[in-house]
Ligand binder design. Structure first.
Ligand SMILES: [Zn+2]
Length: 468
């Protein structure tokens, strides 16, 4: 889970003194942007409640269109169809997608550009970098039209918020996030491309000490607080231990990483308010969401087709846990069909009591990530570590392990020739982030060991290791 990152506010508008023609061009751009959003707006709240036959028809129409687009303009798929002798017109339903091979992240990383459409909108699409939950990050392009439509699709999640807040009006939202997160980039695109009204908001940094963040939240009194899952869990534990006093909002929204149901319940009990979540990833912005009933994640079936597969690639049955495989049905930038996302989940049986007819995923096994507790009282989220690594493309994979209080080993997977130049730089930057006498030594590794769940833990904290 990576998409809905809380983020900091964008910089002040540098175009305050633009010429008249620039201002007019910007206005035209916004009018065009608004038009795309508005065209997609009607029916967005209703679609989640539509009869199954209608949802499936919508989904299959989008599958057929995405496959045609891929076969026509995406080099990887053009070759795949030719090599396998598959007529793209024969892949027209969810069931047919099973005939296409599964795609894993290494395959995508090996040739990112060959997954980007060669159409004009594909070439003009905007790159986003995934958070690299496996320690490897991928660049995924989203075309402008699908980015705009995504605002309208957001109505499905907003309807949950409206139900929980009991009103439609503008609300106050605070988010605790990371300055270079995906959502900040998405929001800055929206601000340039549309003039859609947004809630009044306060953006805080995940890097600030807890006490300072809580003080600012209490002064702002938000209706909604948006945070990383593990950050919310840590905050809730601190409040439960009476170390901090946070005036609860009306709703918490977490993203970026999964929380187990018991942890969600614990947080709800601590604060006495509902906790909901948006499930998304850089590879597919709208994947699923927890509704007001919070019985599971509704899948945006017509935007992202989800399969749950066993280790051998066959489809798991309902209730059986397996790997989440997605096909993004709306993005015409980087096209991903049958892509192994790396999360683990299962489809739930039966319908949700909320009345929505979108299928439900049971618990999504997000990455359980360790937070580092720094002697100066800060809690460092793994995303902050990633923020340091992200600009260094030579780092193919990494893992930071706390060996003793405030002393760390950074394991790096790099090409042998890159290691001597990149390792000291990254180590130094991490020491600056961790502050107050942190020591970071580095090791070059050929590969990193996965834990029992098959995932590489990016940050291994001493306290958490003891607890395990
Ligand atoms: Zn529901």
């Amino acid at each position: 889970m990576t998409g809905r990152e809380p983020a900091l506010s964008p910089a002040a508008d540098p175009g305050a003194r633009r010429s008249w023609s620039e201002a007019f061009a910007s206005l035209l751009r916004k009018v065009a942007g608004n038009a795309v959003v508005l065209a997609h707006l009607p029916a967005q709240r209703r679609v989640a409640y539509a009869p199954r036959a209608r949802i499936e028809a919508l989904r299959d129409a989008r599958i057929a269109a995405a496959v045609r687009h891929a076969a026509r303009s995406v080099p990887h798929y053009r070759d795949t169809f030719r090599r396998l002798g598959i007529d793209p017109r024969s892949i027209a339903t969810a069931r047919d997608l099973g005939r296409l091979p599964l795609l894993d992240k290494d395959e995508l990383l090996a040739d990112l550009d060959r997954f980007v459409s060669e159409t004009r909108s594909g070439r003009a699409s905007i790159p986003f970098v995934s958070s690299g939950s496996s320690g490897k990050s991928a660049r995924v392009h989203h075309d402008r039209r699908s980015l705009l439509a995504n605002i309208a699709y957001g109505e499905r999640e907003r309807s949950v918020m409206v139900k929980l807040l009991g009103r439609e009006l503008r609300y106050r939202e605070a988010s605790v996030g990371y300055p270079h997160g995906t959502i900040r980039k998405v929001r800055s695109f929206y601000q340039k491309a549309t003039s859609i009204v947004r809630p009044s908001r306060l953006d805080l940094s995940v890097l600030a000490p807890f006490a300072e963040t809580v003080e600012r939240l209490n002064a702002f009194r938000p209706d909604v607080i948006v945070v990383f899952g593990n950050y919310l869990a840590a905050l809730s534990r601190a409040v439960a231990r009476s170390e901090l006093k946070l005036v609860p909002p009306k709703v918490f929204v977490y993203g970026a990483e999964g929380l187990r149901r018991e942890v969600r319940r614990e947080i709800e009990a601590t604060f006495g308010v509902p906790v909901i979540s948006y499930y998304s990833a850089v590879e597919t912005f709208k994947l699923g969401f927890l509704c007001e009933a919070r019985e599971g994640f509704h899948v945006h079936e017509d935007l992202c087709h989800v399969r749950i597969v066993r280790e051998d690639g066959s489809d798991a049955s309902t209730g059986e846990r397996g790997e989440v495989v997605i096909s993004n049905l709306v993005n015409r930038g980087t096209v991903l069909l049958n892509y192994r996302l790396g999360d683990v989940a299962s489809f739930a049986d039966g319908a949700c009591s909320c009345g929505r007819t979108f299928r439900l995923l049971d618990e999504v096994d997000g990455r359980v990530e360790d937070m580092l507790e720094i002697p100066d009282g800060r809690i460092v989220h793994p995303r902050a570590i990633w923020g340091v690594i992200k600009p260094h493309a030579e780092v193919l994979q990494y893992q930071l392990v706390e060996e003793e209080p405030h002393a760390y080993v950074l394991r790096l997977v790099t090409r042998a020739e890159d290691y001597p130049s990149v390792a000291p730089v990254v180590a130094h930057e991490l020491e600056e982030l961790l502050g107050s006498g942190a020591r970071v030594r580095t090791e070059r590794r050929e590969k990193l060991a996965a834990d029992r769940s098959g995932k590489v833990r990016l940050v291994v904290a001493l306290a958490a290791a003891d607890a395990r």
